[in-house]
Design a protein around this ligand. Sequence first.
Ligand SMILES: Cc1cc2nc3c(=O)[nH]c(=O)nc-3n(C[C@H](O)[C@H](O)[C@H](O)COP(=O)(O)OP(=O)(O)OC[C@H]3O[C@@H](n4cnc5c(N)ncnc54)[C@H](O)[C@@H]3O)c2cc1C
Ligand SMILES: *[C@@H]1O[C@H](CO)[C@@H](O)[C@H](O)[C@H]1NC(C)=O
Ligand SMILES: *[C@@H]1O[C@H](CO)[C@@H](O)[C@H](O)[C@H]1NC(C)=O
Ligand SMILES: *[C@@H]1O[C@H](CO)[C@@H](O)[C@H](O)[C@H]1NC(C)=O
Length: 503
Amino acid sequence: MRWIQVFATVVGVVTATASNSLYLPRQQEPDYSQLLDQLSEEAEVLVNSTLVTRDLASDYQLITNRWSQLETPRPTVVVVPARESDVVVTIKFAALFDIPFLVYNGMHGSVTTLGRMDFGIEIYMGKLDNIQIAADGKTAAVGGGTNAKKLIDALWAAGKQTVTGTCECVSYLGPALGGGHGWLQGRYGLMADQFVSLNVVLADGSLRTVNANSDLFWAMKGAGHNFGVVTSATIKIFPRVYTTWAIETLMFTGDKVAAVYQAANTYLLRNGTQPVDVINWSYWFNIPGFDGPVVAFYIIQEGVSTVNPAYTQPFRDLGPFSIEPATGTYRDVSAWVGINLDAPPCQKAGLSNPRFPVYLERYNATAQAELYALFKTITAGTSPFANSLFMFEGYSMQGVKAVADTSAAYAYRGDNLLTAPLLQYTPAGATRDAQAKEYGNQLRQVLHRGSGRSQVHAYVNYAYGDEGAKGWYGADAWRQDKLKALKNKYDPNRRFSFYAPIA
Ligand SMILES: Cc1cc2nc3c(=O)[nH]c(=O)nc-3n(C[C@H](O)[C@H](O)[C@H](O)COP(=O)(O)OP(=O)(O)OC[C@H]3O[C@@H](n4cnc5c(N)ncnc54)[C@H](O)[C@@H]3O)c2cc1C
Ligand SMILES: *[C@@H]1O[C@H](CO)[C@@H](O)[C@H](O)[C@H]1NC(C)=O
Ligand SMILES: *[C@@H]1O[C@H](CO)[C@@H](O)[C@H](O)[C@H]1NC(C)=O
Ligand SMILES: *[C@@H]1O[C@H](CO)[C@@H](O)[C@H](O)[C@H]1NC(C)=O
């Protein structure tokens, strides 16, 4: 429902009482009723919930609440486009009045550069979530605001699959624009490798179809957040091959850390030749009754009802304190590792959730043991970070490595492991935030030192925010130069610069 009268009143009030306004930004904002006039009937424009509490079709809390409370963006107006043309109108309006804007999709973006947005327009994408499978069954057109779980289920119902994020609550495009990791990447490559063409609204409000014929296509696959609003994506989809998946979860105490990761290198990772049907993840976290975080080692296999003992036996031999097998379908895998819609990581519970990612080629058992000792100290007892999680994600890599390294802005196809501490805590001011940053970087440095590398490879979608463009997009001069040249061409005024910006 449109509520232009209410809105006009609100704008009037704010203009008249600028000194005590709840939401007036540092500079005078334009009359947004002019924007509303140009939008489709189903589109909405919302302002601060305390001023507008009734007659909203969209739930204000739902479309503004973020997963992490650290360095959140602070838009002052929400636009909910219902059509592609609404995005065009909104970006043109923002350009005309020089108002910052930011896309909100699943609201799981947590990079601290988002905190630089201190007023302006949130563009909430949720109404653009149409999914259409092409007649030939080889591609699907996916709306720019489509949720991952919705896409997985729609394809499943049609006997199809593609690479999506593993986490059910994130959007499809948020992860994909940064490369995008998922359970099926060993088969087909990264999420961004599935792009066939993208409808993109550029910084000047022009709508482009970006495909392999455009120089922008390269940038959209890994640095896409920096270049435009994707209103829809045509992506490759595939016939579902296996319905059954299996997992074995082995839980270890901390004294087994070095042995567990030595075994992971030997029996699973095999220097990037991990079998395509196998995924191994592990998490470290505290549970009551243990001295130090436990190691939950997940070995997941596609197409079987029991994980092949060739993969699990070496880990069973190390003496886990629990072994739990499970069988189900592809749609159960996210729940097994605790990232389904109902799981704690999917909740927006008012916590700060910085991650400090580093990609690695292989585990260094010595570094893992050192890391464990530090993580144990940081999360011990009544520490404000006691609920933290250390994530080690070992997806299969064949599909990712099969795609040429130069083909996309995503820079890290050579790496086999995605690791990161997630320091979870209740917001408590700047001192606590600084402490989290210090600890997170200390943990990351242990892994980085163990890698013997000079440059930290950071997954942009897990980034803390201090890694810089070389960390997010690769330090190679050709990559940085190419990104900057494209940025100068397509976004000279740096309007898309809140999410891990290219300099
Ligand atoms: C619980 C959890 C699980 C995760 N699982 C995975 C995973 O399995 N694989 C993986 O690769 N990553 C994963 N991530 C990281 C994820 O990629 C990022 O958090 C990502 O930013 C989430 O996107 P979003 O739409 O939910 O967040 P948002 O904050 O809404 O979006 C993040 C940014 O993406 C950009 N953006 C989003 N949609 C569009 C669009 N249509 N057009 C242009 N720009 C857009 C905007 O710049 C926006 O600021 C996970 C994160 C969490 C918290
Ligand atoms: C775990 O994943 C890593 C990264 O792909 C791989 O090197 C290792 O062999 C895997 N371990 C198992 C047991 O599959
Ligand atoms: C791993 O593979 C890479 C490239 O395939 C190779 O250069 C490297 O020497 C291998 N490392 C080990 C320890 O086998
Ligand atoms: C493993 O990590 C340790 C500790 O940082 C380091 O001294 C060692 O050189 C690393 N080993 C390899 C093979 O990089």
